[in-house]
Design a protein around this ligand. Structure first.
Ligand SMILES: Nc1ncnc2c1ncn2[C@@H]1O[C@H](COP(=O)(O)OP(=O)(O)OP(=O)(O)O)[C@@H](O)[C@H]1O
Length: 816
């Protein structure tokens, strides 16, 4: 079965919420310090000036495995899933019931994992041994002016609090560090009352008078701790301190039972005296204690049990003049001995958030941060220049755990916040590692600001100090999967080197870049807002302008439409070129209407022409005279010939009219020849007028001929009367006196002529009907000298009867 070394080398970007299941072996990333790595010159700081990060130490990551309890053994939790291979290598083997084993059986993950650490401490490791290997050096560094951070990380119930604070006589790292610190400072402590408030104010940016307040708090806390210690005897159940119901004094009391004074092994006190301390420097020790609970900061030293229950005051994070974050208004208390500091720690612990979970009856529900500040003072020098501060911070992180296993809503919320802040810590460490290992690539932003925890610890990751990590694990098989995740997280930390000045600058750069980005973002939002306003205004104005324009256009269109309609109504035809389909259609309709009118007129003309033709035919028939009367009818023949010519001419004109009408129709269909149609019609009208004139002339000629003939007939009759003779058979007495009223009595003559063949019909019989000598021929020029035959004919022409419904000849009709 393959074994993989979990170095988390493949840990992706910052956005990946989960650590990779399997990491690839990367020999070049061996996290263990080698002998070739140079040791730092402690005095000169964390890194030597001008040195690169390659010369800096890797972050120390210690692993501590807690022993199984009897109960756990009885439950069968010991399945050999955690095995120490050597001093720095741990092997994890997934137990059967674990999720990891299930996924491994499906071939998704591996069932065995190998991890490397700076040093691994097994279950048999004592508190003293652990202190000696981890924190002892750190205390020494702090006294020499360095800043150090130690934090514990692990699953809940894995021994973090035990490691830091201890239990019973098994005192943890912190009390041992305090004891060691004060032992080393024996005879070098600066008197608290002699410390000028202004000196501390310069560093912490406190208002004058706060130191005095802190003195009062210190005394109050120390007094309360004494009261607590005296009350502790017999106190077992009353766990609520009145601060949110989260503290459990009984548990704390039981933890700290019989530890009224800090109990230390003789070894830890062996390094007494300040051999390594600078000559002439005196020291003042101040402590603070606060917790991060549900992403809120609470001062654990800002409470007195004698006070009534009240709402806890949250602290704010701020940045000092150098851009380093610090907790504003945090209580710092000067302590003069390890015992005093320990008492203050215990008093503060009473305010810490604890709760009972399914894994730990007294589980820390918050990250607690205890800080020791060492003021380096030269009494003979100016206070402002002589003072230097170093810090030792010990952070007991809350344990990571599965949220789903929390049935209580409050516990679930706590677990969520704990896991989120731990995840952010992991992201920060991963980003630091990425930036250190990939210098050619653009640096990633380290998300210190994403959680309160990473923000308060930021300075230690950015060159203001070094950090050491203690990973606590519980070898119980039932929490194997959680342990595996914690170890994967810690594997990333083993890849990180302590940040040098450059990294610090990079971090500050990130910080300022972040701030700058935020400022830019705010400005961008502001500009966007302004421009949105401007755009809105512009849109409003444009809308107004264009609506006005449209309104005016509409009005213009309406006016034009009205004018067009008016023109259409007024115009007799298409006077202008059609524009668009609608006008063209209307012009076509107008032309068709006119065409209909013209057709009607033409029909009327035809009918009249036909009538005239018939009349002419009749006249022709009437004018037909026998050869003996040729001398009398010569003029009539000439007139008749002329009439026939005119008739031909009339036919030709009619033909031309038809053609014109046809072309007019075509022009009308094309909708472009309205004018031509009009001209054609005018021409047709003119033709008709001419024909009328010709007809009138013809009729006049005929009348003249008739009158002439009548006169001659009268003369002939008178001549015959002088010689009595039988009247010719062609003459008959007039039937009625008024039968010849019209046009030379042609109708009466035609009545007789109908029964005879035309060529044999006597011309004069048809022209002169029989009448009495006293005939009432009102058109007689003798009887009516004012009424000439010409004027009568003209009158009759003007009063011509309406055209008879004579059908158009087929030949003509076919043309249309
Ligand atoms: N190295 C050890 N030797 C003996 N007992 C230990 C050791 N480590 C832890 N324990 C015991 O295990 C229990 C759980 O330890 P602790 O409370 O320190 O866990 P924790 O990780 O702080 O839990 P949480 O995160 O829930 O606060 C305690 O009873 C503690 O005394």
């Amino acid at each position: 079965m393959a074994v993989f070394e979990s170095t988390a080398a493949e840990h992706g970007g910052l956005s990946r919420p989960r650590l990779p299941e399997i990491s690839v072996i990367s020999p070049g990333l061996d996290p263990r310090p080698t002998t070739a790595e140079p040791k730092l010159a402690v005095k000169s700081g964390l890194v030597r000036q001008g040195s690169g990060e390659e010369n800096t130490e890797r972050v120390k990551v210690y692993l501590r495995i807690r022993p199984l309890t009897e109960t756990e053994r009885e439950r069968g939790e010991e399945q050999g899933c955690v095995a120490v291979q050597d001093e720095g290598t741990l092997l994890l083997k997934a137990p059967k019931e674990s999720q990891n084993m299930r996924t491994a059986e499906r071939g998704i993950t591996q069932s065995m994992h190998k991890f490397s650490f700076s040093k691994i401490f097994g279950p048999e490791t004592t508190q003293q041994q652990f202190y000696e290997s981890t924190m002892k050096t750190m205390v020494k560094d702090v006294l020499q002016g360095e800043n150090r951070l130690l934090y514990t990380y692990g699953v809940t119930n894995s021994g973090k609090t035990y490691t830091i604070q201890g239990s019973g006589r098994e005192t943890g790292l912190l009390p041992r560090a305090l004891a060691s610190l004060f032992r080393k400072l024996q005879g070098r402590l600066y008197g608290a009352m002699d410390l000028k408030p202004v000196m501390y104010q310069d560093v912490r940016q406190l208002e004058p008078g706060e130191v005095r307040v802190e003195e009062i708090r210190r005394n109050s806390l120390l007094k309360e701790d004494e009261n607590l210690t005296s009350r502790r005897v017999g106190t077992t159940t009353n766990g609520d301190s009145g601060f949110g119901g989260l503290s459990s004094t009984s548990n704390i009391a039981s933890q700290l039972e019989d530890t009224d004074s800090v109990c230390l092994e003789p070894d830890s006190l062996s390094h007494s005296g300040g051999d390594d301390l600078e000559e002439g420097v005196q020291f003042s020790i101040w402590v603070s204690f606060y917790e991060i609970y549900n992403e809120f900061l609470y001062d654990l030293l800002d409470a007195s049990p004698s006070l009534q229950p009240r709402k806890r005051v949250t602290l704010r994070l701020s940045d000092d003049k150098q851009g380093n974050p610090y907790v504003k208004d945090l209580t710092w208390i000067q302590v003069r001995s390890a015992e005093e500091a320990w008492k203050i720690l215990r008093a503060g612990r009473r305010n810490q958030s604890f709760a009972s979970t399914h894994l730990n009856q007294n589980s820390s529900r918050s990250h607690s941060i205890f800080s020791i500040r060492v003021l380096h003072i030269r009494p003979e020098a100016d206070s402002g220049q002589a003072m230097h501060i170093s810090e030792l911070t010990v952070c007991d992180l809350a344990g990571s755990e599965r949220c789903k296993e929390q049935r209580n809503g409050e516990r679930m919320k706590e677990a969520n916040n704990i896991n989120t802040s731990l995840l952010t810590l992991g992201r920060c460490i991963a980003a630091l590692r990425h930036n250190q290992n990939n210098k050619s690539r653009p640096p990633q932003v380290v998300p210190f600001r994403d959680s309160k925890l990473t923000r308060v610890l930021q300075g230690f990751f950015c060159g203001r100090g070094t950090s050491s990590m203690v990973v606590n694990i519980n070898p119980c098989a039932s929490i194997y999967d959680e342990t595996l995740q914690a170890l994967k997280f810690s594997a990333i930390a083993t890849q990180v080197r302590h940040s040098c000045i450059f990294s610090c600058n990079v971090c500050f750069f990130f910080f300022f870049f972040y701030l700058f980005s935020e400022t830019l973002e705010a400005e961008r939002a502001l500009i966007e807002e302004r421009y949105e306003d401007k755009i809105t205004n512009l849109q409003k104005h444009l809308k107004k302008f264009y609506s006005q324009e449209l309104k005016e256009r509409d009005q213009e269109i309406e006016a034009l439409s009205a004018a067009l309609e008016k023109n259409k109504e007024a115009g007799s035809g298409p006077t202008s070129e059609p524009q668009g389909d609608a006008p063209r259609r209307s012009q076509r309709l107008t032309a068709q209407t006119e065409l209909c009118k013209l057709r009607a007129e033409l029909d009327q003309c035809r009918a009249e022409l036909l009538t005239k033709t018939q009349e002419l035919i009749k006249l022709k028939m009437q004018l037909e005279v026998p050869g003996s009367t040729g001398t009398l009818t010569g003029a009539a023949d000439r007139k008749l010939e002329e009439g026939q010519r005119n008739l031909r001419q009339l036919r030709l004109d009619l033909q031309r009219l038809g053609l014109d009408l046809q072309s007019g129709e075509r022009a009308c269909c094309r909708n472009t020849g309205g004018e031509r149609l009009r001209q054609a019609l005018n021409a047709a009208d003119e033709t008709l007028v001419k024909q009328d004139q010709i007809l009138v002339e013809l009729q006049n000629g005929l009348i003249l001929v008739k009158a002439d003939l009548r006169r001659k007939a009268d003369t002939l009759a008178q001549t015959q009367a002088t010689r009595p003779q039988l009247p010719p058979s062609g003459f008959s007495a007039p039937t009625t006196p008024g039968s010849c009223k019209k046009r030379g009595c042609g109708a009466a003559a035609s009545c007789d002529a109908e029964n005879r063949p035309p060529q044999k019909r006597p011309f004069f019989q048809s022209l002169f009907p029989t009448r009495t000598p006293t005939r009432k021929y009102n058109t007689c020029p003798v009887e009516e000298p004012n009424v000439t035959p010409y004027s009568r004919i003209l009158r009759s022409r003007q009063r011509s009867p309406p055209p008879s419904p004579v059908t158009t000849p087929r030949t003509l009709r076919g043309k249309y």
